[in-house]
Design a protein around this ligand. Structure first.
Ligand code: NOJ
Ligand code: MG
Length: 527
């Protein structure tokens, strides 16, 4: 167990629409990802997570699937997937793919059948309920993208449930046939050689058997997303979900050393339950604690300490700074702290997940109103939930479309793309890309960072300092979360990596001076 490859992995999320276009249609594709494998290997990550590339009407950009065992033509074909997978493996990279089990597209043949009539043999593969006595929806549950989670289906006179868009009907995981069919889809990709899955909205898979109303959230204000009006007591995170997760895990275990990651937005105590009793659940329930962290040393220290002390024995920790649903880290904490965040992510205990483009320090890329793509932003336009600004194309070089495509990309590039791009930043020893590269390669060869334990050090209000130790090797991270220079009485050591790339090799003798927004990695002396 402790030997599993993924315990040492660094995951890199690729949003295929936005990574590299190979056929000039302005949308990224799998052949594009294949062409950039050398970059990923150079950068120093070892596991690629591909967001969905399945056939889809793209109402939610691929999270509305019409066929779990194929590739949408916009992204390529099964042949282009196989080529990508083979070449990734040749370069020592693992490939984890997205799996979207909670809902299909309304255009999935299963749903088309299910909607035929109440008597259809796939009726129970989805969640159909009679109208309430007044003809309205069966209960008060809300869609994540605003509005009721129930849509009335005229022809069969019932409502169907959708946790997301009306075009994304929820599957019924209580139905054994639906479950078996989904397990077969997992096997389809496992046989092809994928190294694992990132499972979409894992905590949503089972709903209350009697569909009780959710209670109101007393803290909701009309500046918050509509979904937060209610507390999701009955619509998600039901006890039976753990049986479903264990079932998926058993399918993976048929194939040996494959990785199961769960996307789960829950408070810590409930999140860790997804490791499963006896660790028979997800290997890595995504830890999103840093996504909402107040960005100061004390708050972040508390988050890490709470997480460390809540993890079940033997469970593998993991950390995430950004993803395709949330504002980018540089948008949240600013350019200088984005470097500190990179150092944090890559020196914590457990598996880090990077989001493509964060290594360039990409921040919020404004998307003009009339170019909005995200369905959530369209349904709740005025509260800033739009995800497009964090999904813009990867920037490779200084050419017209940044080397992403030969035609105008589906979302805009950042205004500074002629300088904020891989080819320029690779040459610049002070760039954030160089910092990521340095951190990733340093981490690799440092046993205490890859597998050592973690201990918080006292360093005042502005500095987060901790020690990682494996055997005789000790590594310390000291991160200044403030914009003020500060002094910390550090152990005698040597600076191995600094956020601005200008202090490597410096000796530290008791007093470490950290500049504003500066972080350093220290190696204890005497090694
Ligand atoms: C979570 C995905 O990350 C997000 O992009 C998507 O909209 C929802 N699940 C629905 O599948
Ligand atoms: Mg393309």
């Amino acid at each position: 167990m402790s030997q599993a490859w993924w315990r040492k992995a660094v995951v890199y999320e690729v949003y295929p629409r936005s990574f590299q276009d190979s056929d000039g249609d302005g949308v990224g594709d799998l052949e594009g990802v294949r062409r950039r494998l050398d970059y990923l290997a150079w950068l120093g990550v070892d596991t690629i997570w591909l967001a969905p590339f399945y056939p889809s009407p793209m109402r939610d950009f691929g999270y509305d699937v019409t066929d779990y065992c194929n590739v949408d033509p916009i992204f390529g074909s099964l042949a282009s997937f196989d080529r990508l997978l083979t070449q990734a493996h040749e370069k020592g990279l693992k490939v984890v793919i997205d799996f979207v089990p909670n809902h299909t597209s309304e255009a999935h043949p299963w749903f088309l059948e299910s909607a035929q009539s109440r008597a259809n043999q796939k009726r129970d593969w989805y969640i159909w309920r009679d109208p309430a006595p007044d003809g309205g929806p069966p209960n008060n549950w809300l869609s994540h993208f605003g509005g009721s989670a129930w849509t009335f289906h005229e022809r069969s006179g019932q409502y169907y449930y959708h946790a997301y868009l009306p075009q994304q009907p929820d599957l019924n995981w209580r139905n054994p046939k639906a479950r078996d069919a989904m397990h077969e889809a997992l096997r389809f990709w496992l046989r092809r050689g994928v190294d694992g899955f990132r499972v979409d909205v894992m905590w949503h898979l089972v709903k209350d058997a009697s569909f009780r109303d959710n209670p109101p959230n007393p803290d909701w204000s009309n500046r918050d997303p509509q979904i937060e009006r209610l507390l999701p007591v009955y619509s998600a995170d039901q006890p039976e979900v753990h049986g479903v997760v264990a079932g998926m895990r058993r399918v993976l275990d048929e194939f040996g050393d494959r990785l199961l990651i769960g996307e789960i937005y829950l408070p810590l105590e409930r999140l860790v339950a997804y490791y499963g009793d006896g660790l028979c659940g997800a290997h890595l329930p995504f830890n999103f604690l840093l996504l909402n962290a107040a960005w100061d040393a004390r708050s972040v220290a508390k988050i890490i300490a709470d997480y460390e002390s809540t993890l079940p024995a033997g469970a593998a920790p993991n950390w995430v700074l950004s993803n395709h649903d949330r504002p980018r880290i540089a948008a949240r904490v600013g350019a200088a702290q984005a470097r500190v965040a990179a150092m944090l992510l890559l020196t914590l205990r457990g598996v880090p997940t990077l989001y493509y483009g964060d290594e360039l320090g990409l921040a919020h890329v404004p998307v003009p109103h009339d170019q909005t793509q995200d369905p959530w932003a369209k349904r709740e336009p005025d509260i800033g939930v739009g995800r497009d600004p964090a999904r813009t194309p990867m920037q490779w070089d200084a050419s017209l479309y940044a080397g992403f495509s030969t035609s105008a990309p589906w979302l805009p590039l950042s205004a500074d793309h002629r300088t904020r791009n891989v080819s320029a930043m690779r040459q610049d020893p002070a760039s954030i890309l160089t910092l990521y590269h340095r951190l990733l390669h340093y981490r690799r060869k440092r046993a205490s960072l890859v597998g050592g334990d973690w201990r918080l050090l006292e360093a005042g209000d502005s500095v987060l300092a901790y020690e990682r130790r494996a055997g005789l090797e000790t590594t310390i991270a000291a991160l200044n979360f403030s914009g003020e220079a500060i002094e910390w009485s550090a152990p005698a050591s040597r600076i191995a990596v600094s956020t601005w790339g200008d202090r490597e090799g410096e000796r530290v003798d008791r007093l470490l001076r950290l500049g504003p927004d500066e972080g350093v990695i220290l190696e204890s002396q005497g090694e």
